[in-house]
Design a protein around this ligand. Structure first.
Ligand SMILES: *Cc1c(COP(=O)(O)O)cnc(C)c1O
Length: 400
């Protein structure tokens, strides 16, 4: 049987250097082992990949365009190409992983799917994949997020998913994740779809694999547009790290390509209103893996803050902890204010309203100088419809 081999710097136990692994309750061991086995088998299976590729093309609308943003390029004095994940069905990159994961669940004979969601994008993507494939779907969401993100809650319900509002903690993503893990422990036969490159091995590797279609497309599209498959820079925002992992994937082993990650600084890394885990975190364990965590000296999780509901997570995927630690990625902390300004700038120069998360990647253009002949690929992870309420509430605070 053909076996899948990751090109990521990951070992057989799921470690990226010191980070990663699988820190899980005994009751899930067997499950996680079977999942790893199934993932490695199907990721190398021609029939599985043919079915997934067809769905990505005809259902998601891939390949998403690589768009040369001429007016934005002129504004920042460099050459900016936007990878348009905002044009994916359901409005963000999350569907790439949700479809791959639910298809894998179906191959494994699972009938019940569990997911957690913050802003609701992963919940919508998973509910969509479950509707498409006829599987039961339960989505855990912090009660505060249920209030803040009602359009996505309505979408999930219309798609037939059951949305469980979680009342513990500060009632956001971390608490929803705890609850989803609890459900999985009680129902080990269910399939847990994690929405980012976080969680125990094999999730970070698996989610990165399903998102790697982003950089695979960038390489061939860029070749057609510039004559070279490799840009000078790839820029992406990081919450847990899945869109960045997808955009970086096929460039990680290309030392000539500089990788820039934008994490959410909130009100600033020198305040306690931040979600910039790599800047302010320390090594610890969260949701099944060893990684960088925002925590007190005695290991209590510090509640994160960002204007963007998709980025306020107190951890970071182990791949990104490793890439940042070795200096392979440059990590910038982008404040709410810079992200908001960058979002309005993109909207007014290119007529594209970005997701607030993606606006943090755009913030890099405000913070870092690029040379006139640089090629900069920026992953536009999602569209801004879900964030209109926030944009309108804050528009008078922004200097456009
Ligand atoms: C969820 C989300 C993110 C953050 O998640 P990653 O796993 O870090 O990609 C970024 N952008 C959009 C549009 C999202 O929906």
């Amino acid at each position: 049987m053909k076996r899948f081999h990751s090109i990521l710097p990951v070992d057989a136990e799921g470690y990226y250097g010191r980070f990663g692994g699988a820190y899980i309750p005994e009751i899930l061991h067997d499950n996680v082992e079977k999942l790893t086995e199934a993932f490695h088998r199907y990721a190398a299976d021609e029939e599985f990949n043919r079915e997934l590729d067809l769905l990505l093309r005809d259902y998601v609308g891939r390949p998403t365009p690589l768009y040369k943003a001429s007016r934005l390029s002129e504004l920042y004095g460099t050459n900016i190409y936007l990878k348009r994940e905002d044009l994916c069905h359901t409005g963000a990159h999350k569907i790439n992983n949700a479809l791959g994961s639910v298809l894998l669940a179906k191959r494994m004979g699972k009938t019940r799917i569990i997911a957690e969601t913050g802003a609701g994008q992963h919940g919508v993507a998973t509910a969509t994949a479950c509707a498409l494939m006829g599987l039961e779907c339960v989505v855990y969401m912090g009660a505060l997020d249920v209030e803040r993100q009602s359009p996505n809650v309505e979408r999930m319900k219309m798609l037939g998913a059951k949305v469980e509002a979680v009342q513990s903690g500060n009632r956001t993503l971390k608490d929803a994740t705890n609850e989803a893990i609890r459900d999985w422990c009680c129902n080990p036969d269910s399939y847990y779809v994690i929405g980012s490159t976080v969680g125990p091995h094999p999730y970070p590797e698996m989610v990165a694999h399903f998102q790697s279609v982003i950089s695979r497309e960038i390489r061939s599209q860029l070749k057609g547009m510039t004559g070279s498959e490799c840009p000078d820079y790839v820029v992406a925002c990081i919450g847990g790290g899945s869109n960045a992992a997808g955009a970086f994937y096929h460039f990680i082993n290309e030392p000539g390509v500089k990788l820039v990650a934008a994490e959410a600084a909130g009100m600033g890394v020198d305040t306690d209103m931040t979600a910039a885990t790599i800047h302010v975190g320390s090594e610890g364990i969260i949701h099944g893996s060893r990684t960088m965590v925002m925590q007190t000296p005695d290991g209590q999780i510090i509640e994160p803050y960002s204007v963007s509901a998709g980025l306020d997570y107190p951890g970071i995927g182990p791949l990104h902890a490793y890439l940042a630690g070795t200096g392979r990625t440059e990590v910038l902390a982008v404040t709410d204010k810079i992200a908001l300004e960058a979002a309005f700038r993109l909207t007014r120069t290119e007529g594209i309203i970005p997701a607030l998360e993606s606006a943090h990647a755009l913030g890099v253009l405000e913070m870092k100088r690029f040379a006139p002949d640089d090629t900069v690929v920026l992953n536009l992870s999602g569209r801004g419809d879900k964030d209109m309420h926030t944009y309108m509430a804050l528009k008078d605070t922004v200097r456009i």
